[in-house]
Design a protein around this ligand. Structure first.
Ligand code: F6R
Length: 242
């Protein structure tokens, strides 16, 4: 595992956007796995700026979601499909056809989860998966005690994560209790994992993921198993590394 400490979130965003651009220059049809939440926004802004500046052509890129809320009405602005369309797909000038994600409105959720895992495999696998990290060490929505071999499946959000995400909704009561998330085993199949962590609130989780034992109690510690994992942390998020 490689750990890169950057001065701030903007520098982290620029570094990751450049890694994505380099990947797309060598593999124009690369499948980029994207995360939602606040942390990755500087990455998407920096990548869009590179596209506008003509530094990279992303026309062939394919985008896939990491996770999705269960039960939000189709088109809800905070469904992760809507968020990724708004923050990634549209700013990059891509079409909806270049984008795939799990169906959080499916009648048969286990079948939708299995279908998404298969779709990722059929698409040739994820080339670069961008990850954030929860204050409790989650990646995707694999909360503590998730199996390190898990596949895409339905999970119940912890109260901590619902509280953390309440800022995107009018009240915590509107935050769904369930999500579909790529499993840790699914995430580990991506060719390159890039985890961005910014802010002091992530410092404990980063220290445990990087320096703690491999443990299902800290899902992000599963990155220790991956042959090509990069953690990019700003100084605040890296502040409890030894
Ligand atoms: C969201 C996701 C989550 C977030 C994590 C951090 O798709 O996968 O693991 O990355 O909850 O969220 P922020 O960046 O909002 O602190």
């Amino acid at each position: 595992m490689e750990v890169v400490i950057v001065p701030d979130a903007a520098a982290g965003g620029e570094l990751i956007a450049e890694a994505m651009a380099a990947l797309l220059r060598r593999k124009p049809e690369a499948l980029l796995g994207v995360a939602t939440g606040s942390t990755p926004l500087p990455v998407y802004q920096a990548l869009s700026a590179k596209v506008r500046a003509g530094e990279v052509d992303v026309a062939g890129a394919r985008i896939c979601q990491l996770d999705e809320y269960v039960g939000l009405p189709a088109g809800h602005p905070e469904s992760y499909r809507s968020v990724v369309l708004r923050e990634v797909v549209e700013p990059l000038g891509l079409s909806e056809a270049s984008f795939m994600g799990p169906d959080g409105g499916a009648e048969d959720i286990p079948a939708a989860c299995a279908a998404y895992d298969s779709a990722l495999t059929e698409a040739g696998g994820v080339d670069l998966q961008l990850l954030g990290i929860g204050t409790d060490g989650h990646i995707g929505f694999n909360e503590p005690c998730s199996s390190l071999a898990s596949r895409t499946r339905i999970k119940t959000l912890t109260e901590q994560t619902r509280k953390d995400n309440a800022r995107f909704f009018d009240s915590i009561d509107q935050v769904p209790h369930h999500v579909i998330t790529q499993g840790i085993g699914t995430i580990l199949e991506a060719r390159h994992l890039v985890l961005l962590a910014t802010g002091e609130a992530k410092a404990d989780a980063v220290a445990l993921a990087v320096e703690g034992p491999l443990s299902a109690l800290v899902p992000a510690s599963a990155l220790q198993l991956h042959p090509h994992a990069t953690i990019i942390a700003d100084e605040a998020a890296a502040s409890r590394l030894k």
